[in-house]
Design a protein around this ligand. Sequence first.
Ligand code: SAH
Ligand code: SF4
Ligand code: F3S
Length: 468
Amino acid sequence: MATSLLRPQDLLRPSADSTVRGTYFIQTWGCQMNEEDSEQMGLYLEQLGFRPSSGLEEAHVVLLNTCSVRKKPEDKAFSLLGELVPLKRRRPEMVIGVCGCMAQIRADEIKQRAPHVDFVVGTAQISEIPGLVEEAFQKRKFAKRLALPERKGAVVTDIPQRKVDRQTKLKAFVPIQYGCDKFCTYCIVPATRGRERSRATQDILAEVQMLVERGTREVTLLGQTVNSYGKNLAEGRVPFSQLLWRLSEIEGLRRIRYTSPYPRDFKSDLIETIRDCPAVMEHVHLPLQSGNNEMLQAMKRVYTQESFREIVHQLRAAVPGIGLTTDIIVGFPGESEEQFEETLAFVEEIEFDGAYMFIYSPRPGTPAADLPQLPYPVKQARLSRLAAAQDEISCRHNSEQAGKILEVLVEGRSPKDRTMAKGYSRDFRMVHFLAPDDLEDRTGRLAAVRAERGFRWGVQGQFLDWLE
Ligand code: SAH
Ligand code: SF4
Ligand code: F3S
């Protein structure tokens, strides 16, 4: 099967046969799930005859795809809604829609604080957007679509509709599981995304097949607890590791990633698949949240420091050099100095290659938000200490790559320095190297790069040769 490699400038080329009605602008906050949802929103708007606009000011349709995981992204969304007031006054025909996680749980507040919004649409209703846009153009009456379907018995009937006729991307996100049933006590996601439900294996395989035929070489499978994929499917249980093997049979698909697995469900079949399945990347993003068992219990994370350590040991024994990254929350209610220091010590013991570290942000409606909170400066100081420790480890690990030959999927020029090319290694380190002369013709292919220097952000190296 032929794979066509498109250049980035080809990616959003409008189809020649449809009439262009106007332009759209989508502002996205939050996780990869939201980024993927924004791509879906774009596809729906394209189908309606809209094309991407170069900026917010001139767009006919503006969508805010929001995130509620912490207070900050919510504040940013309300702040942008404020900036839209004078624009909407100048151009009343502009359609403004608020989508995503904050839309799902704060529709009434959005309507009240931002009366210039035309519609609010929840996380499971993206396919309603074309209808809502048409409606807004015609009658200018506030509309909302917030249904969040529940799982019915053992059979999945409530997967959101998707446009699988996607445009070409070198690296594509593919949702395989929606919602979350874990209910960690700090987390708003189960409220914004609903119950855990898996997409039919056949649908995932067909979508990835189509993507690969259009030039995709790497997919990232998305789910809140992605390794519990495959429960409650009409076709019977399909373990996540089996899905990885089936995807790896798609000819032309070079790399498979996934995010985020949940530690308790990280079993030996998955470790063996990472070791044995050539397309599965040697990288695991395994969220720790805390290294202290009391905190883990208070967070309702059903694993322990000891069981987490055991998974890491098994992974490193099976796949030497595997890249390991994590998420950590500091300042959860009741976290003592000693408990924080246990997390810090654990981070220094495990030596992750990278970590996303967050200050606990109380989310109204979640159990932890009702507990007595730590003062902000205490949380901030803990974050600084943890981040300094992790930065030193990330930098050291990247420096230790020096001399190694890395397989890099070349994505094109670095946006910061156009003389440099950029890509990722198989253990998910960002790699920069002086762009070879034929970069533009070969973008999207694998290259061998010799690592020379490590930084906090990744590795700088020297291009050796194209591998294909
Ligand atoms: N489903 C994924 C995480 C999704 S949210 C998982 O379980 O790993 C992404 C990250 O945001 C989480 O891993 C956590 O570290 C962080 N996070 C979630 N809720 C938070 C809150 N209330 N305050 C601060 N960080 C939070
Ligand atoms: Fe949130 Fe926990 Fe579910 Fe992750 S597993 S989405 S942190 S409730
Ligand atoms: Fe944010 Fe929703 Fe993702 S709350 S992190 S956009 S699932």
